[in-house]
Design a protein around this ligand. Structure first.
Ligand SMILES: Cc1cc2nc3c(=O)[nH]c(=O)nc-3n(C[C@H](O)[C@H](O)[C@H](O)COP(=O)(O)O)c2cc1C
Length: 330
C-alpha cells in the first residue's frame, strides 16, 4: 500500500512536511496545499516558498493547483515542471464558499460542461507540449459532487475521458463539508467504474480504518494500491508507520517532533502570536492522542505567551498518557 499525506491548507506547508518526513519517514507522497494561479499568472510569495525546490529537498512532494481555467493551469504546470516536479495535482474538492462560489474546487463539479471544457483544455494543452520537455503527470483530487454524492456517476464518466495518473476520491459532496462519514457506496461505485487508478481519502484515523477500506475494495474485485490521509495523520503523526507494522508514537518522539516544528515555525513565521496560533491548530488534532489530557490541552489553548505555551506542552508531555486514536469511519 502507498500512503499519501493529504494537503491541508494553513497546516501542511513545507515546514510541517519537512519535520514530518524527518521524524516519521515512510509516507510515500506529500501533497502541497493548493497554489491558485489567477489571470495575472503568478504565484504569491507564500506559494512560491512552499513549492521552492530548496524548501522541499529530499521530500517526495506533489504540488496542487486550484483553478477552473485551462490556460492558468497550464501556466502553473510549466512553472512547476521547471522546478523539477513531474506530477501536478488538480484540486476539484475544496468546499470553502469563497472558492466554490467561483465554480472552483468542488463548486465546479455540478457544472459538468464547464468541468469537461476545463479538463479538455488542460489535457489538450499537455498533449501539445514539445516532446523535449520532461513529461508531467496530472492527478486529480475530487469530491463526489457539489450538492450531493449522487453526482458521482456522472463525474466518473467525465474523468474516464482523460489520462489521469491517479484519481484521489474524497467521497463527500461540497454540501457535506467535513460532516458525517464519507459515502462508501459512492466511492465503490466510482472505483468499479473508473478506468483510472483510484486512491481513497476520507476519515482514515487508525490502522483498522485502512484495512476496512482495503477489504471493501477487494470485495468488489478492485483492490486499491494507495490511500491518502489528512486529519488522522495530523492527529497521530506515526499513523503511516503503524500501517506498515511499526509502533505507536511515544511521548518522547512527539516531544522531539514538536520541538523541531516549533523551532522551524518560529524562524519562518512573523511573530509569536502567529506561531502560537499555528501550534494551537496542530494541537486541535494531536490532542486526540491524549484522551485524559483535556485539562492540559485547555492550558495550551489558553496560553497567550511563549512561556505559558511551552510550560503547558511540557506538562502535557510529561504527565498524560498517549493512546491510539479510534476509528474515523463510524
Ligand atoms: C484545514 C484543512 C485544509 C485543507 N486544505 C486542502 C487543500 O489545500 N487542498 C485539498 O485538496 N484538500 C484540502 N483539505 C481536504 C483534505 O486534503 C482531505 O481531503 C480531507 O480532510 C478528508 O481527508 P481526511 O479525513 O483524511 O482529513 C483540507 C482539509 C482541512 C481540514
Amino acid at each position: 500500500m502507498n500512503y499519501y499525506f493529504a494537503p491541508l491548507e494553513g497546516i501542511t506547508g513545507y515546514v510541517y512536511r519537512n519535520a514530518h518526513h524527518k521524524f516519521f519517514p515512510g509516507t510515500d507522497r506529500y501533497y502541497t496545499p493548493f497554489v491558485a494561479p489567477n489571470y495575472t499568472k503568478h504565484f504569491k510569495a507564500k506559494e512560491k516558498q512552499d513549492v521552492a525546490p530548496e524548501n522541499n529537498a529530499g521530500v517526495p512532494v506533489v504540488p496542487q493547483v486550484l483553478s477552473n481555467k485551462a490556460d492558468e493551469t497550464l501556466w502553473a504546470v510549466e512553472e512547476l515542471a521547471q522546478r523539477g516536479y513531474r506530477e501536478v495535482n488538480l484540486n476539484l474538492g475544496c468546499p470553502m464558499p469563497t472558492v466554490a462560489r467561483k465554480k472552483k474546487g468542488s463548486g465546479l463539479l455540478k457544472f459538468t460542461d464547464e468541468l469537461s471544457a476545463y479538463l479538455d483544455g488542460v489535457f489538450d494543452g499537455l498533449a501539445r507540449r514539445p516532446s523535449e520537455l520532461p513529461p508531467v503527470r496530472i492527478s486529480v483530487k475530487t469530491r463526489l459532487g457539489t450538492d450531493s454524492t449522487q453526482e458521482a456517476e456522472a463525474l466518473v464518466h467525465i474523468y474516464n475521458r482523460y489520462p489521469i495518473s491517479e484519481l484521489i476520491v474524497h467521497p463527500r459532496s461540497r454540501e457535506d463539508m467535513y460532516r458525517g462519514v464519507p459515502d462508501r457506496e459512492a466511492f465503490l461505485l466510482v472505483l468499479q467504474n473508473s478506468v483510472n487508478p483510484i486512491v481513497y481519502n476520507g476519515n482514515l484515523c487508525c490502522v483498522g480504518d485502512v484495512s476496512e477500506i482495503e477489504t471493501a475494495c477487494r470485495a468488489v474485485g478492485k483492490p486499491i494500491d494507495s490511500v491518502m490521509m489528512g486529519r488522522g495523520l495530523l492527529a497521530d503523526p506515526s499513523l503511516v508507520r503503524q500501517c506498515q507494522g511499526g509502533s505507536l508514537i511515544s511521548r518522547q518522539e512527539l516531544g522531539e517532533f514538536h520541538e523541531e516544528l516549533y523551532r522551524q515555525l518560529t524562524e519562518t513565521l512573523p511573530g509569536s502570536a502567529v506561531v502560537l496560533s499555528h501550534m494551537k491548530e496542530l494541537w486541535f488534532y494531536m490532542g486526540q492522542l491524549f484522551p485524559e489530557g483535556s485539562k492540559c490541552l485547555k492550558e495550551i489553548r489558553r496560553a497567550n505567551s511563549r512561556v505559558q505555551y511551552e510550560a503547558a506542552v511540557r506538562v502535557l508531555l510529561s504527565s498524560c498518557r498517549i493512546e491510539r486514536i479510534r476509528s474515523g469511519l463510524r
